[in-house]
Design a protein around this ligand. Structure first.
Ligand code: GLV
Length: 302
């Protein structure tokens, strides 16, 4: 069985599995030959440009196992009969850690202090603080739960919102009433037709003055122009690991908007995620080979 894997490390963790032959395609350069023979594709972290064409060429494809939580590059183009699984859980630690770090960076004014340090300037001033904040997690799933665990100890109040309301988790329909009371709004929703442009001018207008928007989801969830307008007015602040467009081109107004802290989609790009993804790849392939039910199968309700 031919499996396309995104790295030598992934090939290594599968090396002892019987009848498995790995082809490494890390997304840099053209795809290797033999796509029509691949039964399983584990695409690289950064989606390849011609994903739909490549999947269409994979005539024997049965399983796409992503190394990301997000599946938007694959889901709309998935050939009939192919199972799609995501990497739920793999990026919880890295992304939750990034979100806490980004909140603290913005609230404690770290970017301004770094600028002052570069100038050799002792720029003493009071800053905002995370303590006592109300943190609204929009898209409360496994990353949200990991974030909540990490926030425990910062003396904040966490409010949870998700598409599926459950005990202690508000439905999305209540966002309008929850937004005005949040000091920090963390976006963790998947990129779907429901969430595209969800954070529009109206959403942002409902956020309280001085509130912080943290986007660890996808750039397309936020209307960039509307966000730039709020940042330029000085009313809101933002910490963004994802942007629309992405990569953010040089000269884009978001780069130099006041109150914004931007990182280049790195929340999950750490050795913690690499270790977890290799474990997931091995366990999923063992299940697949044994004909057992797979984990993290993406269904209609995703
Ligand atoms: C990262 O962006 C992911 O989807 O896991």
């Amino acid at each position: 069985m031919k499996i396309w894997v995104p790295s030598e490390a992934a090939a290594e963790v599968l090396a002892d599995l019987p009848d498995v032959e790995c082809v490494v395609f890390d997304g840099r350069g053209p795809a290797p030959k033999g796509a029509e023979e691949a039964e399983v594709w584990i695409p690289p972290l950064i989606p390849v440009q011609d994903t739909p064409e490549l999947m269409a060429r994979m005539k024997r494809l049965r399983l796409v196992q992503t190394v990301t939580a997000g599946v938007e590059p694959y889901r709309p183009h998935l050939p009939q009969g192919v199972t799609l699984c995501n990497a739920r859980g793999v990026h919880d630690a890295g992304t939750a850690e990034w979100a806490v770090g980004a909140m603290i960076a913005v609230l404690r004014d770290f970017p301004a202090f770094v600028d002052a340090q570069r100038r050799g300037e002792w720029a003493y001033h009071y800053t905002d603080v995370l303590a006592d904040a109300r943190v609204l997690i929009v898209g409360y799933g496994s990353i949200g739960a990991a974030l909540e665990r990490r926030l425990d100890g910062f003396e904040v109040e966490v409010v949870r919102v998700a598409r599926t309301a459950r005990e202690g988790v508000h439905p999305m329909e209540e966002l309008d009433t929850l937004l005005p009371d949040a000091d920090v709004v963390v976006l963790l929703v998947p990129a779907t037709a429901h969430t595209a442009g969800m954070v529009d001018a109206g959403f942002l207008a409902r956020m309280k003055d001085g509130a912080l928007l943290v986007n660890a989801a996808r750039g397309a969830v936020v209307d960039t122009d509307a966000l730039v307008a709020e940042l330029v007015s000085g009313r809101l602040r933002a910490a963004l690991d994802v942007t629309d467009p992405e990569p953010l081109p040089g000269g884009h107004p978001l780069w130099n908007a006041p109150g914004v802290f931007i990182t280049p989609h790195v929340a999950g790009s750490t050795p913690a995620s690499t270790r977890r993804v290799l474990r997931l790849i091995r366990s999923q392939l063992l299940r697949y080979l044994a004909g057992e039910p797979l984990k993290n199968v993406i269904t209609e309700s995703y």
